[in-house]
Design a protein around this ligand. Structure first.
Ligand SMILES: Nc1ncnc2c1ncn2[C@@H]1O[C@H](COP(=O)(O)OP(=O)(O)OP(=O)(O)O)[C@@H](O)[C@H]1O
Ligand SMILES: [Mg+2]
Length: 644
């Protein structure tokens, strides 16, 4: 399953089609498990090799079209123009496809400016046939490509490479019911080559994984069932997104315990995946529910199951999933042999308990948890905050101990922090969700001026509830000039337009649409346009919502804030009712300066003793690999989990 991310090779499915002059396929070869390799021949020309396990076909990439619109779903098409052959690539880990496509386009651009040999020169050269894998992209390749781009004004792409991102490509995923629009090609690496936009190229994955994260990724890619944990802000979800992008899309399900958290990693809720409702019915009934058309396919096609925010998954629910997986997949292996990648911090919010009893954590169903998880790993480098003393303060709150007088004093003093800037107020994190709606509604009403209502375009209005449960934006968004808002999507990480960025509506653009302009804390004022979110629903169905990437941000609930990074927050902890709740609230802030705690009392800080015991036991038994220890981890991977 391992494949390098050097941009030279892919493991995927391939269809090779020979086309006639009117573009119809006259011959079609389907290769379910193919290896696609980029290399150079003896004349330094770029070669695409497709290997089906027995035979290798080679294509010289001189004049070709690339269709990359669905690259983020792991699909693309290379159409070789003189040969009239198209190679349709699918089920490819999107992150690797991204690097592959970028490598191909940048190397091809460089090749074109390097005076390719004529046929005559080739004949004369009498070189022996050869094939060498293409070298990984380097900063200098990117620089050269950028220099070339800055020299050329009009279409930077010379005649060999034509980039298409239109509908013509491979079509959507099977069963997909949504017609995608142009925004879907956002993540395409080749968008960067679109002549009209001319943005600067950069190496793929500009935000690199740190060593700890890379070690977890390699443990996952080695096929081990991994649970990785770490304090708030250690980049667990950041890493999960990379993991999702490194696994084959058809058989990978990215899920999280809550809709908001699922959205952060571009996935769906675990409940949605499982299709067993709340899971409180007896096992036999749950098995029946999971066999419904549309749901059964999740269970049978899933090879890699990713679960974020595991702390909020109820133990009995996890246990049921484990049993259902074995039953439906007719396998005696733990979790029916599904490769599990589980992540979260048990010292954050626990599962919501329906009855008065305390809800139990997944690790408390010791049998299935222990059976399922091969490796426990811990990320230790906090990325959300940079100030070491604030990081230490949060660590103290996390474990519910060491709340020294100094810590208390700092938090009490924060009540006087003036964090309002440029008309942008602090977001109030509320313990109870009724307060959230009330606060946002009241504040909006109190603003002068008329309300503008923006209605979402849903792919399937009948399924609005399902969409609501997974979407970070509501169907109706009401705004006024002066409304406090929060961005709900990463629009431009470099410019600080990231998920959670805080701003204020400054005006509405003239015209029918009247789109809002928002001034953000990072200093940028941006006119926002609708964005699209895709959700996987049952039966391979895709749902989508198109809406402005904004939500009102006078207040949000602590439960909804889990997983978020926030610019400026105000917290009242008087009504904290849950273990880990104060920690989740405080750890959303990027800095102490951006935080105001109205009424700090050390008694509200509570860490769950069962969790502390679980973590300390793992450590004592040397089962929790601090990944800074990553060489040791790679030793374990080669030797196998049983040595642990
Ligand atoms: N390797 C990295 N390079 C750059 N930024 C990173 C990296 N890892 C994490 N970050 C950034 O750090 C912040 C926190 O990351 P993330 O939300 O993934 O943490 P988390 O461990 O999931 O936190 P929580 O437990 O609160 O959900 C995010 O803004 C993320 O973009
Ligand atoms: Mg997270």
């Amino acid at each position: 399953m391992m494949q390098g991310d050097d941009g030279a090779q892919l493991q995927c499915s391939v269809v090779v089609e020979r086309l006639n002059s009117s573009g119809q396929a006259t011959k079609r070869q389907v290769i379910r498990k193919a290896a696609v390799l980029l290399g150079r021949n003896e004349f330094q020309e770029i070669i695409l090799r497709v290997h089906n396990g027995k035979v290798t076909e080679s294509y010289t990439l001189k004049e070709f079209q690339l269709f990359t619109r669905f690259a983020k779903d792991g699909k693309c098409t290379v159409k070789l123009l003189p040969e009239n052959v198209q190679v349709l690539i699918s089920d490819c880990p999107p992150h690797l496809l991204n690097i592959f496509l970028k490598t191909l386009s940048i190397k091809h651009q460089a090749w074109q400016t390097s005076k390719p040999m004529t046929d005559r020169e080739k004949l004369k050269a009498c070189l022996p046939r050869s094939f060498e894998t293409i070298s990984p992209l380097q900063q200098k390749d990117v620089q050269k490509a950028n220099e070339l781009r800055s020299k050329v004004n009009a279409p930077v792409l010379s005649k060999g490479l034509v980039v298409r991102t239109g509908n013509k490509m491979t079509g959507g995923p099977p069963g997909q019911q949504v017609k995608r629009q142009r925004t879907d090609c956002d993540s395409s690496p080749l968008k960067a080559l679109h002549p009209s936009k001319k943005p600067t190229l950069s190496l793929p994955a500009a935000r690199k994984l740190n060593k700890e994260q890379a070690a977890v990724l390699s443990a996952v890619l080695s096929g081990k069932n991994v649970f990785f944990t770490g304090s708030a802000g250690t980049g667990k979800s950041f890493l999960l997104k990379r993991i999702v992008g490194s696994l084959p899309p058809k058989s990978t399900y990215a899920t999280a315990s809550t809709g908001v958290a699922a959205c952060h990693i571009g996935g769906t809720t675990l409940h949605n995946f499982a299709g067993i409702g709340s899971g409180s019915a007896p096992l036999e009934q749950c098995i029946e529910l999971a066999q419904r058309p549309g749901v059964l396919q999740h269970w049978t096609s899933c090879r890699h199951l990713i679960i974020d925010e595991i702390s909020m998954v109820e133990a009995q629910f996890f246990d049921k999933l484990e049993a259902i997986a074995r039953c439906l997949r007719r396998s005696t292996e733990p979790f029916g042999g599904i490769h599990l990648i589980v992540c979260g911090d048990f010292l954050q919010l626990p599962p919501i308990s329906k009855e008065k009893d305390k809800a139990t954590f997944c690790f408390q169903v010791r049998k299935s948890w222990r059976k399922c998880i091969h490796l426990n790993m811990e990320l230790t480098e906090v990325r959300r905050q940079t100030d070491q003393s604030f990081i230490s303060l949060l660590q103290a709150v996390r474990v519910g101990r060491y709340i020294t007088e100094e810590v208390t004093a700092k938090l009490i003093k924060s009540a006087y922090h003036k964090i309002e800037r440029d008309g942008i107020l602090a977001t109030r994190l509320c313990t109870h969700k009724d307060d959230v709606e009330l606060t946002n509604d009241n504040k909006l009403q109190q603003l002068p001026g008329s309300v503008r209502v923006f209605e979402a375009v849903d792919s399937d209005p009948a399924l609005v509830k399902t969409i609501d449960s997974q979407s970070p934006v509501s169907r109706l968004l009401q705004l006024k000039v002066g409304a406090q808002v929060m961005l709900t999507k990463n629009l431009d990480v470099q410019r600080g337009l990231v998920n959670g960025a805080r701003g204020v509506v400054v005006d509405f653009q003239p015209g029918k649409l009247g789109l809002p302009r928002v001034r953000f804390l990072c200093g940028t004022t941006e006119a926002l346009k609708p964005e699209r979110w895709m959700f996987k629903a049952g039966g391979g169905l895709y749902l989508s919502r198109q809406q402005l990437p904004l939500k009102l941000a006078w207040a949000i609930s602590i439960h909804k804030s889990q997983g978020m990074t926030l610019d400026c927050v105000e917290i009242s902890l008087a009504r904290v009712f849950e273990r880990g709740q104060a920690y989740v609230a405080l750890s959303r802030a990027k800095s102490l300066e951006g935080l105001r705690v109205m009424d700090f009392d050390p008694h509200v800080v509570r860490a769950d003793p069962d969790v502390l015991h679980f973590y300390s036991k793992l450590r004592k038994e040397r089962l929790l690999l601090q990944v800074s220890f990553w060489l040791y981890a790679s030793f374990v991977l080669t030797v196998g989990p049983n040595v642990l």
